[in-house]
Design a protein around this ligand. Structure first.
Ligand code: ZN
Ligand code: ZN
Length: 363
């Protein structure tokens, strides 16, 4: 079990540095990260000495199970959350309280301001998220599991692909296999793009069938023990389109160039640029219209981002996706996505699904 106490202690030191007395954690994922509690509608108040989880009747048993020892306040029926928070703030005699600017709603802040007179609410950003960027050993192991489960599910799908299957059916089957192999569920609704639908980086599942084209793009991932994986492969299900082979080679080289650039101290935007350069040199700069990658952990899109403008550096313990793509509207697209751990020595690619073009050809 992760040391949640240590995580909260680290946060306290950070709050002290920022001159904030306490932090009201309203982001559900951050609450999970700091306590192990996986329910929702619950806030965590981290003060300089204590932590108090404000929740309601529905979660009493779950709280006892998931975060034994944590101080919990169950609000009475008829008491609204802002009233419970206001009372807690007053009981702790807090003068200033940090709030999470990206999850606190305007409505809740208005209510809290009315409820907790004299308390100053200080917007903060990325406080807990920045801790979440660096994964500890337990987290890395959980991500490894999520990768492995996703890969096993994919192997089953790949072996059983047939022309009659629709995008929706394949997505459904991925979910099924992920659960069968012990995962909680898909980490997001899989993208299954047959032929030209692969040109939509976030295609919505349709009834298009595998047999309607010669290739299919599948972007999928598993969630296991709360942590996620995120992978993309293209499979050739019909005759090999010569253009596909050419584009695939460019994307694969771009991905490898970026992976090679990953090490502690590497500037995030430069890793993005390493892939982008390969695609640009091949004359397709405009066809790679998204950033290279994102952090994965408790969420499928989290900090950091491998993108232009990101001048921070990579640190050991970060886990990022590397997913360059080239898309032609009306024809299709190629994206290759793997999950990469930044290690002290450089990097480790956590995913193992073969990327060789020859192995993507099923026919
Ligand atoms: Zn993906
Ligand atoms: Zn991704």
């Amino acid at each position: 079990m992760p040391d949640f106490q240590a995580r909260r202690e680290k946060l306290r030191r950070r709050l002290k540095k920022a001159g904030i007395e306490a932090l009201l954690v309203t982001d559900t994922t951050n609450v999970t990260y700091l306590t192990g509690f996986t329910g929702d509608d619950s806030f965590l108040l981290v003060t300089r000495r204590d932590a108090l989880l404000l929740s309601d009747f529905r979660f009493i048993e779950q709280l006892a199970e998931e975060c034994p020892g944590l101080e919990v306040s169950i609000r009475k029926v008829g008491t609204e959350m802002h009233e419970a928070v206001g009372a807690a703030l007053q009981a702790c005699k807090l003068g200033s309280v940090g709030i999470e600017a990206t999850s606190m709603t305007v409505d809740l802040l208005e209510r809290l301001t009315q409820q907790a007179e004299g308390v100053e609410f200080v917007p903060t950003k990325q406080l807990v998220e920045q801790f979440r960027e660096i994964k500890d050993r337990d987290e890395i192991n959980a991500i490894r599991d999520a990768v492995q489960i996703a890969e096993r599910a994919f192997a089953v799908i790949r072996a059983a692909l047939c022309p009659e299957q629709t995008e929706k059916q394949i997505a459904h089957e991925l979910e099924n296999q992920i659960r069968r192999f012990g995962g909680d569920r898909c980490s997001f609704t899989p993208i299954v793009g047959v032929g030209s639908r692969g040109a939509l980086p976030h295609a919505v599942l349709s009834d298009r069938q595998i047999g309607d084209s010669d290739f299919v793009l599948i972007d999928w991932g598993a969630r296991a023990s709360l942590y996620v994986s995120d992978l993309t492969r293209v499979l050739v299900t019909g005759k090999i389109p010569p253009k596909l082979e050419k584009i695939y080679d460019i994307v694969l080289r771009a991905q490898q160039a970026a992976i090679d650039a990953i090490r502690p101290g590497a500037v995030m935007q430069e890793v993005d640029a390493a892939a982008r350069q390969v695609i640009e040199d091949a004359g397709h700069a405009k066809r790679f219209g998204h950033s290279l990658g994102h952090g994965i952990g408790l969420q499928v899109h989290e900090s950091p981002r491998l993108a232009a403008g990101q001048q921070r550096t990579l640190k050991a313990g970060m886990v990022v996706t590397v997913e360059p793509g080239i898309y032609f509207p009306g024809w299709g697209g190629v994206r290759i996505e793997d999950d990469v751990l930044v290690t002290r020595a450089g990097h480790e690619v956590l995913s193992n699904v073969t990327r060789d073009f020859a192995d993507c050809v099923l026919s």
